[in-house]
Write a new protein. Sequence first.
Lengths: 216, 264
Amino acid sequence: MTIRLINLTKSYPSKLGPQYIFKDLNFDFPTDDNVAILGKNGAGKSTLFRMLAKSEYPDKGQIYTNKTMSWPVALATGIHPQMTGRENARFIARINDVKDLAAYESAVQDFAEIGQRFDLPVKTYSSGMRARLVFACCININFDIYLIDEATSVGDPKFRRKAREALEVKAKEAGLIMVSHEMDQIREFCTSAILIEEGQLNYYSDLEEGIAVYME
Amino acid sequence: MSDVLKISLRSQLKVWNSVCFALFLRELRSQFDDKLGLTWGFVEPFIFIFGMSYARTFMGGDDVHGIPVFMFMLIGMVGVQTFLQAFPKVANAFSKNKPLYAFRQVQPIAGLLVSGFVEYTIKVIVVLLSVVTVYLLEIPVKIHDPLLLLILFHLLWIMTLSMSCLLGIAASYVQEIKKVVALFTRPLFFISCIFFSLQDIPKEYWHWLTWNPLVHFIELARYACYESYGDAGVSISYVIEFTVAVFFFAIACYHLTWKGLLSR
């Protein structure tokens, strides 16, 4: 099954009255392969993304899915700067109902390659290390769909390769939905695209076709 | 389709439980993250309450309407500090946990309840410390009606959390409300019958004070300890009605606005 958007309406209040991002949108979101969400600034990429993750709810309409979805993995979601990397990982694990905390911790420490500094407060980390920590926290929990929001873009090339390999392993049973402005990165991870234009979604099963339309 | 989406109540409760536990640990970790640590959390309010009560005993008078001055002040201070300290702090929970709403399992009310629970636990420890102090100072204490005292204490907490919930919701729509409320809660310290008894005031002016539920809470708590103090001018029914009213108003407002709170 796909993710189904039914009569989706979302607006934000503003001084000029409600700003509609989506109005009565109906769409079947394909999840068989890795999908990139493309769109101009303010087109509603992040909003759609957050609604898919149920971090935010539409004004009207519904999003149906039988897949488990990760939280929207962006640079700093859910990370407390004064807690250590380990404590943050444990927090995320508890929230997501991970059974074996110890195994999860060491898997995260391993994957993020932060070694001893895993036990230092996150505020002492560089932004690259934070991104690695967040990504490691996410990838070590089993979801059907991973929602990645430019989180990997600050990692160095080696970590990016590692992230892609991990996602490829997962890709057999899991999907990926990604928001990014970096075309290189999208080409690295995704195989198809969804373009948001004036509140409408268009699916392109060929990524290059989608990028071409987006670039016009 | 609906069969697939149905999640059992048991697993929902389990998720709730683990979310609240995780938030609780996070709250403790972030709120008391210095060398003084958790201890300061309850030593500071204790010193304040104890200091104020003890200072009052030097100002003359052995008892106020049959209550030792120290006990008289202590009951008043615990009552008013419960409200004044917890109210703004718990109201902050909605905005403070905002980054965590990215996890769909975390709902705003969970943060509020956890923050309230932390404050509640701290106050209980403060009360226990006060009991020990009273015992060591050998102040004669009578507790005439412990059940009433317990009920009052917990009703006060339900009222405080409900008010915090309302303030939290209001403040996430209109930021300025917090400043205004801070201005209006400060005088509560002086008009809630902590330093004086309602009986000291001429009867014709009572209505200027008795609108305030804290007056009822505090005067009734004194009555619950010392029966001879009397409960003229205050009533348990006002306390209960007020609490139930704000409680339902708070959960109704929360139910209407919780999806909005996520994105604000």
